[in-house]
Design a protein around this ligand. Sequence first.
Ligand code: SAH
Length: 452
Amino acid sequence: MTSQKPRSPSTPHRPSQGNRDFRNRAKHGGKSPDRQEKSEQKNISHSAAQPLTGNAAAQPCIALKAGREKSLLRRHPWVFSGAIERVDGAPVGGDTLPVRDAAGNFLAWAAYNPDSQITARVWSWDEGASIDAAFFRRKVAAALAARDALGMRRDSSGLRLIHAESDGLPGLVVDQYGDTLVMQIGSAGAERWRDTIADLLQELCNPVCIYERSDSDSRGLEGLEPRNGVLRGALPESVEVVEHGLRFKVDVAAGQKTGFYLDQRDNRALTETLAKNRDVLNCFCYTGGFSLYALRGGAKSVLSIDASGDALRIAAENLTANGLDESRAEWQEADVFQALRKLRDQGRSFDFIILDPPKFAPTAAFAEKAARGYKDINLLAFKLLRPGGLLATYSCSGGIGEDLFQKIVAGAALDAGVDAQIVHHLHASADHPVLLSFPEGAYLKGLVLRVS
Ligand code: SAH
């Protein structure tokens, strides 16, 4: 594919008339049960996007304002609406356009979305590239090959096969649960190529089902309607993942995210090694991931709390399916913020507390509110820990960086009056790689702390 430099003078700007019905619909409250991790939309406001329309008769092209090419030159794959001088031609959402600097130099091929603050997402930096089925075949095959090359299938039948921007496929997440694939589309560009990608996955992975879970709140920020249903094949009656020998039922159609939190796989395994003879409190337990590992690791008791009754029902099924000692497990359906206060008031204490809350800050704009939420639960957890106890605390908020998270936790320890040392710095498992030029990909961070 070749392209021409923009030939036209810019015409008066007008705001996009795109579909805004779904924008601003996302729930960003501190207690949202929905944790989305793929394209953390950092540093953007949630007001309506206002892409700028240039010469409709010209060759389609996105022309940047002078000086706004810097982040693309650093290979960051997003173009924000504020960086755009004008959009030539009459492109519609999902079209592939060349992005050019103010002097007309080619920067990248990108998928256009006039309804998003992230108005373009880069497919390729190569001017000679064609964004077509063969391009997607190469990208998908490369993502699969990388996982094979690094031996990622060893420990689990569940694997993230495609991790969006970090695998060079902005807005596309594909998770594998045994022979079922779940695809999640969060950008207009990936939406355009949905059928091509599904065909490729069918051919390259031969699953019994490809299920689409394109119903995350972040789709609203892209002006895309939610979609949930079978794309290829038929959904098996029961989908399961076997991780480090533990079986977990995955509710592909109605569970959170694509059904399971694959990103915590390694951290769950670490939990098993830390749990022996400890009274464990697992907050935000979902379908029991950390709880089951703790039980298998010899925990004396595990109290698991989550606000979702559906998740807890699956958790109890998982416990039984794995033949673990049910007498050591207690499940509680409750709001963790309230439950921690109640436990404190009851004078309860624990040797090991796990905090894995949902995303409190989807973007940096929510960082302050989120910081209060993190501080609150971490402070309460420190107060419930016995001397020598462990706290495994996580944040999956793209809007909260690793340094800030550590500072929040340090503030919580100070206010709780405990001394603590970091014994582990944790991140998402390797099937959630982070493109170096896309730090937003490093959304999950965790610390294991030991109080003295
Ligand atoms: N650790 C889990 C994943 C946790 S996801 C695993 O490894 O599988 C976050 C969980 O927090 C979800 O299950 C959601 O239902 C729950 N949740 C969200 N807000 C909550 C609240 N205020 N109180 C209790 N649980 C909450």
